[in-house]
Design a protein around this ligand. Sequence first.
Ligand SMILES: O=C(O)[C@@H](CO)OP(=O)(O)O
Length: 249
Amino acid sequence: MSKLILLRHGQSTANAAGEFTGWTDAALTEIRQLEAHKAARLLHSADLLPDSIHTSVLWRSIHTAQIVADDLGRSWLPVHRSWRLNERHYGALTTRKKSHVRLQVGTHQYRLWRRSFEAPPPPMPPDELENLRADPRYADLPHRTIPACESLADVLTRLLPYWIDEIAAELRHGGTPLVVAHGNSLRALVMHLDQLSPAQVAGLNIPTGIPLCYDLDEMLTSKHSGGHYLDPDTAESAAEAIAAEGEAG
Ligand SMILES: O=C(O)[C@@H](CO)OP(=O)(O)O
């Protein structure tokens, strides 16, 4: 049996401000760095010690992973980074306030953009996309690989090769990888692991800073659908709060 640990980065400044973040870099709020420290404590108490770390190429995932590794006394862990673990590219919604978008386009469209499997948000304007494509962290990628926006289906498509080639390969060799990623890249991964339907994934919200653990058999099938959060009560209320983002007012 293998163990997989998933962790959404600690709450970022953009999360706190109620903005769509996507591929922009947002720092962890000072107070929310505590979430990363708490995640390490939970892992330590559960005796769940990762032997490798996978992050996206976005700061909030990189910084959270570093705090967790340091707190576990495992700063030496091998770290693998990939744009394939990035947050969903929110296109033209990036940096916009969620509540403003909902008021502008209506609740139905807002929810479709935010949580449906198929609906992509409107594309990022060409000049902003050019800037993104010029970012050195994406220098090795063909320009057409950097999208102007992504649906959750697009995220799943770009994430699966990394899951198969890197994370699943490690699990098959008995490793315990810690994947520190984002609300929507983790929704896509959980959808794959738990074989969720598009309707089911629409209701799935991943809280920040609480490790979600999966026990997987040799076929990498989960023993318990949904895995288990190391702090289930907090995870439940935090997931409800995330579902409600942008809905008030
Ligand atoms: O802003 C974003 O990129 C994500 C969270 O990281 O937001 P949401 O939960 O609304 O998909």
